[in-house]
Design a protein. Structure first.
Length: 486
């Protein structure tokens, strides 16, 4: 984006040449860009593709600002039979700040199964019919909230797995196609897909069907079965293997209790020894490891284990931390020293950062320490941008806007830095920096064309940016322009 490119020549899925003036003939496709701004294809470093597709048609509750509005919307969208799936519930937007219960949902229907995902997927709410349909383990059913149809932590993971197991292969493939369509429309040419495990269903069938998709997928099996992943020839393991939960569900592990729930410090999902043994096995097997850690206690646990394993067996595997939202200064130093890669989601600050929003409600003044993008970059920590879709939408432009306009001005990054987070920096996370993330001859022809040059826009008007064209491997897969392609 620092030079004018009017045409592009692609051969065998790679960039052959580009420039302003074209004369002569080449064997390959010649793209007349008609004044569009060409950038490397966006890379979303953290998505849950299956969940995104499944929720494409789920009832969205995010715009509901009270419990009554939630119940009204559910009532007006009841199907005649089967299930009512709803997503995006965010009770931090409610005046009463209370989740619905099975008793609330039973007033809507006792004949239709109702399943609601909180916006972070770390809490699920169901009606009594769902409670009766599944044989819920007594250790979960005896919990006070579970009796109310509210499932958190391991109970949430259990009930989500039960719901996913009811889906057919056809339903899953259809969902993945919907997610692909959404991603391509937003200029995403490569998606790191974190699938399976506790929150997001199975992953094996995705591996078996990767050839059905145009978008390039980097698969992270969210399991701890090192031998299985190695046997399948995959180079990485993890993703949202949970070291802790989330701020929204008050399950992220923090060292000082939640501002709005005194005495609650969240929780760690692994004992140190358990997590160490898993990471060491994966490291010995040359697998890149990725772990979810949001609160400072969970981040500290993961950093210590990565450091210990790296000191015992030095290797450059680019282990990742997903989210890393509230790190302490000493752990930021360790992250840099141990070359740990951070996969962050800038749109989190757009939705929940700033005075009066969820981070402030849950954490008090600690909201000023969340998502320290500028601090990470200043410390030369590798930083990739993602969406955690569909926790937030697959939309790199929204991520760029959020990073540049961080509610904490000290953590705002430049437009170029934000753009890099979703292009060349993300390419490093999958060891693809020599073929993706740059506009250079010989690089993969994974490209996105925008209506404006983002580097020439003021941060306050970045919302004018639109994706016009998406090219994957030299093939135009999305074209919203009227320009001709030769």
């Amino acid at each position: 984006t620092n030079k004018k490119i009017d045409y592009l020549i692609i051969k065998d899925k790679y960039i052959l040449d580009y420039g302003v003036n074209f004369k002569g003939s080449f064997k390959g496709k010649i793209f007349d860009l008609k004044g569009l701004t060409l950038i490397p294809g966006f890379i979303d470093a953290h998505t849950h593709f299956l969940q995104t597709g499944l929720n494409f048609k789920a009832l969205d509750l995010y715009d509901c600002k009270s419990l009554n509005k939630v119940l009204e919307k559910l009532s007006s969208h009841l199907p005649k039979s089967g299930w009512l799936y709803a997503k995006g519930l965010d009770e931090s937007n409610f005046k009463e700040r209370k989740l619905p219960t099975c008793f609330n949902l039973d007033k809507i229907s006792k004949k239709i199964k109702i399943f609601i995902s909180r916006i972070d997927y770390h809490t699920s709410i169901v009606n009594s019919l769902v409670l009766k349909s599944f044989k819920i383990p007594s250790k979960f059913l005896n919990l006070k909230e579970s009796k109310l149809g509210i499932f958190r932590a391991e109970a949430n993971n259990w009930i989500r797995r039960k719901v996913f197991n009811n889906l057919s292969l056809r339903e899953k493939l259809k969902a993945l196609k919907e997610a692909e369509k959404l991603a391509l429309s937003q200029g995403v040419t490569t998606a790191h897909i974190l699938e399976g495990g506790e929150l997001f269903g199975s992953w094996e069938f995705i591996l078996e069907n990767l050839k059905l998709f145009k978008i390039k997928m980097i698969l992270y099996p969210q399991i701890t079965q090192v031998n299985l992943v190695k046997r399948l020839g995959l180079p990485r393991i993890g993703g949202c293997i949970l070291a802790d939960g989330s701020f929204g569900s008050r399950s992220a592990a923090i060292s000082s209790s939640y501002q709005d729930d005194p005495g609650n410090f969240g929780r760690l999902y692994f004992k140190d020894e358990e997590l160490y043994n898993f990471v060491k096995r994966a490291h010995q097997a040359d697998l890149q490891v990725s772990l979810h850690a949001i609160g400072d206690r969970a981040i500290n646990q993961v950093v210590k284990i990565y450091e210990k394993v790296q000191n015992e067996i030095p290797k450059d595997l680019r282990h990742r931390i997903e989210h890393c939202e509230l790190p302490k200064n000493e752990d930021i130093k360790k992250i840099k020293e141990n070359n740990i890669y951070l996969s962050v989601q800038p749109a989190f600050e757009h939705f929940w950062g700033g005075i009066g929003k969820m981070y402030n409600i849950r954490l008090g003044e600690r909201y000023l320490k969340t998502n320290q993008f500028k601090n990470f970059i200043n410390n030369n920590i590798p930083l990739a941008g993602g969406s955690d879709s569909d926790v937030t939408p697959i939309n790199p432009i929204l991520g760029i806007i959020a990073a540049v306009n961080h509610p904490n001005f000290k953590e705002r990054v430049s437009i170029r830095q934000a753009l890099n987070m979703f292009t060349k920096e993300s390419a490093k996370f999958s060891f693809e920096e020599n073929i993706k993330g740059k506009l250079e001859k010989g690089y993969s022809a994974d490209l996105t064309a925008l209506n404006y040059n983002p580097l020439k826009l003021h941060p306050g008007v970045l919302n004018k940016l639109k994706v016009v064209m998406t090219i994957v491997g030299g093939e135009v897969v999305e074209d919203k322009s009227l320009g001709k392609i030769k």
